[in-house]
Design a protein around this ligand. Structure first.
Ligand SMILES: Cc1cc2nc3c(=O)[nH]c(=O)nc-3n(C[C@H](O)[C@H](O)[C@H](O)COP(=O)(O)OP(=O)(O)OC[C@H]3O[C@@H](n4cnc5c(N)ncnc54)[C@H](O)[C@@H]3O)c2cc1C
Length: 116
């Protein structure tokens, strides 16, 4: 079986179906979340990687700066957003490199994550 996280045993690895193509999304901002939502029903295993554990709704940052909102009001746990998804795994890690030729993403804690 192909190892997505060879340098470290990872809970996400156990959830991946090796028979399905694997998609890695880097960043859980608006773009990454939209991509993951679009692929939620696809016949693919999706790994969403972000260095933080939450999505920040940046357009409302000024409301936090002016104390109209608390930081928690504009930040949502990324993992919670996909808790009901059967094919999206959320990984908190920092991507340090991409080898498009080898179809691999390098992440600080998880090591090499392969994709199709
Ligand atoms: C104060 C403010 C107000 C804004 N107001 C508006 C507005 O009113 N309307 C509007 O349309 N747009 C607004 N924007 C712009 C909008 O927020 C951005 O265009 C949008 O967030 C870009 O989305 P993105 O997914 O490309 O990047 P981001 O939302 O920045 O997401 C990138 C994600 O990638 C992660 N990441 C980055 N590097 C790595 C790495 N190496 N490894 C792992 N994870 C990584 C980050 O943690 C982050 O979660 C505003 C921006 C700011 C800062």
């Amino acid at each position: 079986m192909r190892q997505a996280f060879p340098q470290q045993s990872h809970a996400a690895e156990n959830m991946l179906n090796p028979a399905r193509p694997r998609v890695v999304i880097i960043g859980g901002g608006f773009t990454g979340l939209a991509a993951a939502r679009t692929l939620e029903k696809a016949a693919a295993e999706v790994i969403l990687i972000d260095r933080s554990n939450h999505h920040l709704f940046q357009p409302l940052l000024y409301q936090v700066a002016t104390a109209a909102l608390s930081p928690a009001d504009i930040a949502s746990a990324t993992r919670a957003m996909f808790s009901k998804s059967s094919n999206v795994s959320v990984v908190m890690d920092e991507v340090t490199g991409i080898d498009a030729g080898q179809r691999q993403v390098m992440a600080r804690k998880s090591g090499i994550i392969s994709y199709d």
